[in-house]
Design a protein around this ligand. Structure first.
Ligand SMILES: Nc1nc2c(c(=O)[nH]1)N[C@H]1C(S)=C(S)[C@@H](COP(=O)(O)OP(=O)(O)OC[C@H]3O[C@@H](n4cnc5c(N)ncnc54)[C@H](O)[C@@H]3O)O[C@H]1N2
Ligand code: MOO
Length: 415
């Protein structure tokens, strides 16, 4: 076990090194939103599959229209009407045109589509003859076979998060079922004799256990499936029994509380009882420094702080990346962007990297960030209305107007 507090980078590297993407499963296309594609998708056909009209108009031979102008229209004989869904066989010969609708296949012989607006009386149905008012160039208003996606090309890459655009592509290639990475299941345990369930009225010295609900929501947001156990009172036997019975088969175990050095901080002993080998304990971050990472066989176990804001920071920095990696995303670490800070923060007396609760928002196209009022690790209020963590390098202060490194985790809107 590493005994020295690790840098956040080293700690995240060790955690991510220990987990792999989960196996793939087939799901209905309708359920694919937010899931991660587990295969590269290659086009097994051209898209569009045939040359088709992009306009309602007339399929013509462009050469026939070369000299057309409003004063001397090129008159063409209308030989057919082609609706979308038809398969035209009759060729368009010299001096001929076929009335054609958007999406319909181009008939043989035609090489351009002249839209109704560029004809003398094209909007009228069943006209035997149409006057083309201006030259039409070869290929005009025609979508060529394969111009969108050509057969054999890669259209979606393994590791893509599926959404509306991907659904359109998958549907176009008849993928009624999609291969995606399985969603990680996460068993969550909250430890502490002061904790009561949220439906209970806390007695003196007791609190409602909020961390589990916070973690369950975060797990769900990250695409995982949370399983939240009842709060467990401090006690090695109680904690070990709860984890053994309710953590079985979970892809990740998360415990909150009991990771520090208090008389009832029993997590180290519990992990030992569970046969979990601690990989590290403590990191050079605040809040959330005493986070513990262990492996119970291949099952990863993260022991996050009991302090709510610290648990949240631990979860964003460790639980979410683990879930992203298990879910098959190629970039498990949350991206950091820069934003102009509208708040200041004094130089902290301590060295570790600080993660500050903040609200990032857009103003005239710029990303701004405002720190929450309360930054104590034990606070819950600052978790509401925030969508970002400002990352302050060890020992640095933040001044109003500074560019800050920001880790975004929620929707960014205008203020
Ligand atoms: N002597 C020292 N004491 C502490 C140190 C230290 O280095 N030396 N580290 C401090 C730091 S930093 C942190 S962070 C906390 C970590 O505490 P634990 O993870 O052991 O958590 P607990 O002691 O169990 O609880 C801390 C705090 O959070 C409340 N809590 C716990 N679980 C929940 C929950 N499910 N929902 C809401 N709130 C919860 C708990 O009641 C405590 O108030 O240790 C410092 N101490
Ligand atoms: O590092 Mo403790 O995490 O909040 O203050």
């Amino acid at each position: 076990m590493n005994t020295q507090p690790l840098t956040i980078e080293e700690a995240q590297r060790l955690v991510l090194e220990a987990v792999d993407p989960l196996p793939a499963e087939l799901i209905p296309l309708g359920d694919c939103t937010g899931r991660i594609l587990a295969e590269d998708l290659y086009a097994d056909a051209d898209l569009p599959a045939f040359d088709r009209s992009m306009m309602d108009g007339f399929a013509v031979r462009s050469a026939d229209t070369a000299a057309a102008c409003p004063d001397r229209p090129a008159y063409l004989t209308v030989i057919a009407e082609i609706a979308a869904g038809e398969d035209p066989v009759r060729p368009v010969g010299p001096g001929e045109a076929a009335r054609i609708m958007t999406g319909a296949p181009i008939p043989p012989g035609a090489d351009a589509v002249c839209r109704f607006e560029a004809t003398s009386d094209g909007f009228r149905k069943n006209v035997p003859r149409v006057g083309v008012l201006k030259p039409t160039s070869e290929g005009e208003n025609i979508a060529r076979r394969g111009e969108d996606i050509s057969r054999g090309g890669r259209v979606l890459t393994k590791g893509t998060r599926l959404g509306s655009g991907a659904a359109a592509v998958l549907a176009s290639f008849g993928r009624a079922e999609v291969s995606v990475y399985r969603r990680p299941s996460v068993a969550i345990f909250t430890a502490g004799s002061e904790l009561v369930e949220i439906t209970e009225q806390p007695g003196r010295g007791q609190i409602r256990s909020s961390n589990g609900w916070m973690l369950a929501a975060l797990v769900r947001e990250a695409g995982g499936l949370p399983r939240l156990a009842k709060p467990v009172p401090d006690g090695i036997d109680e904690l070990a029994a709860a984890v053994t019975s309710e953590g079985e088969g979970a892809d990740l175990l998360v415990t909150t509380g009991g990771v520090s050095v208090g008389d009832y901080d029993l997590i180290p002993a519990v992990y030992e009882r569970l046969g979990a080998r601690t990989v590290f304990w403590k990191t050079q971050i605040r809040p959330g420094s005493p986070v513990r990472f262990a492996l119970r066989g291949r099952q990863p176990v993260l022991g996050v702080s009991g302090n709510p804001a610290a648990a949240f920071v631990n979860a964003l920095l460790f639980v979410v990346p683990v879930l992203r990696k298990m879910a098959g995303l190629p970039d498990p670490l949350p991206p950091t962007v820069q934003a102009v800070s509208v708040s200041g923060f004094p130089k902290p007396p301590i060295k570790p990297v600080r993660y500050l609760q903040a609200h990032a928002y857009l103003q005239e196209g710029r990303l701004l960030v405002e720190l929450a009022c309360g930054q104590s690790a034990g606070m819950i209020g600052s978790l509401a209305g925030t969508n970002a963590l400002v990352r302050l390098p060890g020992g640095a202060s933040l001044r109003e107007g500074d560019l800050a490194d920001v880790l975004l985790y929620g929707e960014v809107r205008s203020k």
